[in-house]
Design a protein around this ligand. Structure first.
Ligand code: ATP
Ligand code: MG
Length: 631
């Protein structure tokens, strides 16, 4: 079936379409009703059906592929690679589930998982799913305060943590962060289950609270824990959004709808069939990690690669060598990671045999054209931008090469995924805008299977955050978009990333794209700075490639000229600063609000989601030193 037909059916005959897709997974009891939308904006998919994510990801494959690789956990930090067949994965998950039960964890209990990108994170997630416990993975790079906030919101029965993570060869002890978080939290769990990797020099355990996993693992080895069948709409897990725009929201996912969305997307979006290999470079702590390092590939009977380390260590060829060694078919990464590699010598790409690699998917932030062009040329395979949010759980706008590959248009993630009733509407009157006109990207309810069911513990916040922006009941993505004549959608940035220059509304993204199209530029961030005359003026912060050639002053001048040539004089950046790094969230998204605050000499505010606090010092220094272009 081709994309157009597939998508059409999902919109015109949703119940028939999703009833058919539901057959991709195993149900203990089949659904009685495909869709219940009696209480919009809430909706329930596959009502009355009972299933289990762990069963579909693990047990179901034992009959046909017990000895096939299920999970390969590679760490270039410790130098250790661990491979697990489906049979071994089944063993590890059962043992972990038995350990959880021995600690009193059962159906409906929350378990916060604060681990680096290691195999135990996957075992822990699947073990929770097996017994109906609700996991909430907190990215291992988050600081104590972030962890405490999430603990208080989820109120877990157990926290699973590691002694340490590693980054760029440096050990980052987790235990002191855990202790600080539990001190700060008002609802700390009674126990911390510690995965001791032997990395932290000295570990102090609090008697009665902190428990080592290794002896429990030994004690429960070989145990089989029966699967707890859950009604399709019961919660499976919580995942907090990145917090780019404010206080993170606890995105709640269901069981059946999510399983079906994973089965559909791994096949038809990511073009992975059972036995094939998927390499997602994400951390399990992000939405991509949940869906395409764990549940998607495993529900699809594939082999999933999990990677702990930097894309550039031991050298910038590492990812491509892994693609060669494991015969990776589909790779999934982020524009940020590709821009890091773009700063390196391209020959690293040519040294590996990439003949098995068919697709590179990129998501998480805007994919600028120069980066898309560079990696497309370097790899010689289609590069597929896909748009989604933690909330959606899987791509909302993408091409679907598993069905048929439509033309790739740089700058656009493509077309709506099945079940997404996408519209681009005018923010003031709420009506759909014609092709070529910018508006807010919205989805008409019901949201397809896989998307969030609510905000954890706060139905009111779910409605307020997503469905209260327009007169009609519409899910607002809070992103600007524009559709072209062929129905391709271009994302223009967040609704709060618009600047107003002398009455002209300019998207920061357009100016960034223009600046980044200069061959010497690695990455650019644009903010609007208060200006007495014009209201706001665009200010550029840019990083250069390693071999930028000409002096920074000349490059900065050329950047400014480019913007004027491409977007007109009104978009002319009034100042350009060349810097070493840009402030990003831990998930690699540009933190414009902190740049803006610094430029306006305000307190940068909550920096807890910032990846590298040193980036701000770099910006401060640049501001003090003065611009490389403009005054
Ligand atoms: P918060 O909602 O807490 O502020 P966040 O929006 O950064 O955090 P995520 O759910 O991780 O948290 O990010 C989703 C956002 O990332 C999208 O709304 C969009 O702004 C951006 N995004 C994701 N994929 C793409 C893409 N392919 N092109 C452009 N933007 C993208
Ligand atoms: Mg968001």
């Amino acid at each position: 079936m081709n994309y157009d037909e597939f998508y059409r059916r999902s919109i015109d005959q949703p119940e028939l379409f999703w009833a058919e897709q539901a057959r991709l997974i195993h149900w203990d009891t089949p659904p009685q009703q495909i869709l219940d939308q009696s209480h919009p904006p809430f909706r329930r998919w596959f009502v009355g059906g009972t299933t289990n994510l762990c069963y579909n990801a693990v047990d179901r494959h034992l009959a046909e592929r017990a000895d096939q690789l299920a999970l390969v956990a590679i760490s270039t930090e410790t130098g250790i690679t661990r491979e697990f067949s489906y049979r071994q994965l089944h063993g590890e998950v059962n043992t972990f589930a038995a350990v959880l039960q021995s600690l009193g964890v059962g159906k409906g209990d929350r378990v916060v998982i604060y681990l680096p990108n290691i195999a135990e994170a996957v075992f822990a997630m699947l073990a929770c799913a097996r017994i109906g416990a609700i996991h909430s993975v907190v990215f291992g790079g988050f600081a104590a305060h972030n962890l405490a906030l999430r603990i208080d919101d989820a109120q877990p029965k157990l926290l699973i943590a590691a002694d340490a993570g590693m980054r760029g060869g440096k050990v980052i002890p987790y235990k002191p962060l855990v202790d600080a978080a539990l001190n700060e939290a008002s609802a700390p769990p009674p126990h911390v289950l510690m995965i001791n990797r032997g990395l932290a020099p000295s570990l102090s355990y609090q008697a009665g609270r902190d428990i080592d996993y290794a002896p429990l693992h030994q004690a429960h080895l070989g145990r089989e824990v029966p699967v707890t069948w859950l009604e399709s709409n019961e919660p499976s897990y919580l995942l907090y959004t990145s917090g780019t725009t404010g206080k993170p929201k606890g995105v709640q996912r269901d069981v059946g709808g999510y399983a079906v969305a994973m089965a559909l997307s791994i096949r038809h979006v990511f073009d992975i069939a059972p036995g094939q290999v998927m390499f997602s470079t994400s951390d399990v702590g992000w939405a991509v990690g949940h869906s395409y390092n764990v549940y998607g590939p495993l529900i699809g009977g594939a082999t999933s690669l999990l990677y702990e380390g930097l894309p550039t260590q031991p050298d910038p060829g590492i990812w491509w060598r892994l693609c060669e060694r494991y015969r990776v078919r589909t790779m999934f990464s982020s524009p940020t990671a590709i821009r890091v590699l773009k700063k390196q010598d391209e020959s690293w790409l040519r040294q590996a045999d990439l003949s098995r690699l068919k697709w590179l998917f990129l998501a998480g932030e805007p994919l600028d054209e120069p980066t898309a062009q560079w990696i497309t040329d370097a790899l010689g395979v289609p590069v597929i931008d896909n748009y989604w949010q933690t909330e959606t759980g899987w791509p909302a706008i993408t091409l679907m090469p598993g069905l048929d590959l439509k033309t790739v248009k740089f700058g656009s993630p493509g077309l709506p995924a099945p079940g997404y009733r996408m519209k681009v509407i005018d923010e003031s009157h709420g009506r759909e805008v014609p092709a070529g006109v910018k508006g807010v990207l919205v989805f008409e309810p019901p949201l397809p299977p896989g998307c969030l069911t609510t905000v954890w513990g706060d139905d009111a916040r779910y409605i307020r955050s997503y469905f209260s922006h327009f007169k009609e009941l519409l899910y607002s993505s809070l992103d600007w978009a524009i559709r072209d004549e062929d129905g391709y959608t271009f994302i223009l940035g967040r609704t709060d990333d618009v600047i107003n220059v002398a009455g002209h509304r300019l998207g920061t993204r357009e100016i960034e794209e223009s600046v980044a199209s200069h061959p010497a530029v690695a990455e650019a961030a644009v903010i609007g700075m208060r200006d007495e005359l014009k209201g706001q003026v665009p200010i550029v912060f840019a990083t250069l490639k390693q071999d930028a050639g000409d002096g920074t002053g000349a490059v900065a001048k050329a950047m400014q000229q480019r913007v004027v040539d491409q977007l007109g004089g009104v978009a002319k950046p009034s100042r350009i600063y060349v810097v070493n790094t840009l402030p990003k969230t831990r998930s690699g998204k540009l933190l414009r609000r902190s740049l803006q605050a610094l430029a306006e000499q305000r307190d940068p505010g909550d920096l807890s989601t910032l990846d590298d606090p040193a980036a701000l010092d770099d910006i401060r220094r640049a501001l003090e030193r003065g611009p490389d272009q403009g005054s």
